[in-house]
Write a protein that binds this ligand. Structure first.
Ligand code: RBF
Ligand code: MG
Length: 462
């Protein structure tokens, strides 16, 4: 039996193993309260008017603004945007979507160097979302290799499979799989890679194989993505209409395939700064942490607390460097920019966005901290940077001091803003959210993390 909460006071009980979709356009914050999206609040739209009880119905009727919620309730709303299609199943791509296959790029680099060629990491887009044969052909051609595409595949495959055990799940992948699995939402895995490779890769991720009702590899259909075949086959095996499937994809060929199959597609681009190219996707999100299943009629995540998402903690440290001189001067927000030298892997593993946690400064103590990771769309920086803002008034600068961070939660993805004032206002709001959240036990315990302590204690003997 499955139970989950959506809007205030509504419990939906399911008595069968199958999942019934629920759709509404307000955000649920996971503790049973209905929150409206901030922009809707501002405009005074999306107001919850009334909730009426009735029997099983699943369709939205945008004309009169009522949304049918399966399980017996209709939520009456004035709707700002037309509702998206209902999904009852999720079909996931693997490489770049659920797992971070970027490290395979190093294998390719090593391989090409044996041929006296130098791999240009920026060429990775030539292989993204392609079938193995197409990707091989693209590399053989770009680097003018003295072998056929098939020979290339036979040579590189064993080198790739040696690395499978080191491939990490994308941030939010385990959470997503557990969430949909726990709510009985059928999931399929649909990859251009051969089935054997798909199974090999996921075998290193506990609980994944059992979570998928269906797995389709590129070798099991006539043509790979961007052909819709893989997705259509997945829907067929799930025994559902393509129109009730939500696809999650990182590559353009994958998005094309999902749309061609008649499905709703959320793109999670795995190459930074490329979102503008994903025009055919129904939505482009920055990372799996930003997925809002309720937009597609699927059960909402319930792990957000007070505007924050607890994440598996991670650590980074180094000397404070001078940033681009904007923090204090332009914004009035003094960020203690962190040198990212030696942290390129850590940096590439974590999606850009606004995070928070605790900061240890060698001679000064431990402070609350909110930070942005990324390219700062407003300034469009060329490099991914880490810009922690220590929520404390310091009398002077501390460039060169050792700064250690424990990052414990996520707030939002980086955004662009129409004015510097609106950017500043948002950063202050982030600060208030972090400040408050860090007092919650789930986050406050990290204040005593040895990683921060050792650094503070060591230098107190100086
Ligand atoms: N810059 C952006 O362009 N977009 C953002 O959404 C954004 N969010 C931020 C959130 C926090 C908590 C902090 C400290 C900074 C953020 N910034 C953002 C970066 C800000 O523009 C940056 O601190 C200045 O560029 C100073 O170097
Ligand atoms: Mg992919």
């Amino acid at each position: 039996m499955l139970t989950w909460h959506i809007l205030t006071g509504i419990h939906l009980k399911k008595c069968t193993g199958s999942y019934n979709p629920v759709i509404f356009s307000a955000n649920s914050n996971g503790n049973g309260k209905a929150n409206l999206a901030p922009q809707e609040k501002e405009k005074g739209k999306g107001k919850l008017n009334s909730i009426t009880k009735h029997k099983h119905s699943v369709r939205a009727s945008p004309q009169n603004g009522s949304i049918a919620v399966t399980g017996g309730f209709t939520v009456k709303m004035s709707i700002a945007k037309p509702l998206k299609k209902l999904a009852s199943c999720v079909i996931l791509d693997l490489d770049g979507t659920l797992i971070n296959t970027a490290l395979l790029s190093d294998v390719l680099g090593g391989f090409l160097s044996k041929y006296g060629k130098q791999w240009d990491g920026r060429e990775v887009h030539k292989t993204l979302g392609k079938t193995p044969l197409e990707a091989a052909a693209a590399i053989v051609e770009a680097y003018d290799l003295p072998c056929t595409s098939n020979e290339f595949i036979s040579a590189i495959n064993p080198l790739y499979s040696e690395k499978w055990c080191n491939i990490k799940a994308q941030p939010g992948a385990n959470r997503l799989i557990k969430h949909f699995g726990g709510h009985g939402v059928p999931m399929a895995l649909a990859s251009n890679s051969p089935r054997e490779n798909v199974e090999g890769k996921i075998s290193f991720h506990q609980g994944w194989k059992e979570s998928f009702s269906v797995i389709i590899g590129g070798d099991e259909v006539a043509s790979g993505k961007p052909s819709p075949d893989i997705y259509l086959e997945a829907a067929k095996k799930l025994n559902v209409e393509p129109s009730s499937c939500l696809v999650i994809e990182d590559s353009i060929p994958g998005v094309t395939a999902g749309k061609a199959a008649g499905m709703e597609v959320v793109a999670v681009p795995s190459i930074p700064k490329q979102s503008h190219l994903y025009t055919s996707a129904d939505e482009v999100i920055n990372s799996l942490l930003d997925l809002k299943p309720e937009k597609w009629g699927l059960p909402p995540f319930q792990d957000w607390v007070e505007g924050t998402l607890p994440i598996e903690s991670w650590y980074i440290g180094g000397p404070v460097i001078k940033g681009l001189g904007r923090g204090s001067k332009v914004l009035g927000i003094p960020t203690a920019n962190l040198s990212t030298e030696g942290y390129s892997t850590v940096l590439s593993e974590h999606p850009s966005g606004v995070y928070f946690g605790w900061a240890g400064l060698s001679t000064r103590g431990v402070f609350k901290m909110v930070m942005s990771i990324g390219w700062n769309p407003y300034f469009n920086n060329p490099e991914k940077t880490i810009e922690p803002w220590l929520l404390h008034d310091f009398a002077e600068d501390f460039y060169g001091e050792d700064l250690r961070l424990v990052i414990v939660g996520y707030i939002r993805s980086e955004a662009n803003f129409p004015s510097i004032e609106s950017l500043i206002a948002k950063i202050h709001e982030d600060g208030r959210i972090a400040e408050k959240a860090l007092d919650l036990p789930i986050y406050s315990t990290y204040r005593d993390d040895p990683y921060l302590k050792s650094c503070v204690k060591d230098s107190s003997h100086l």
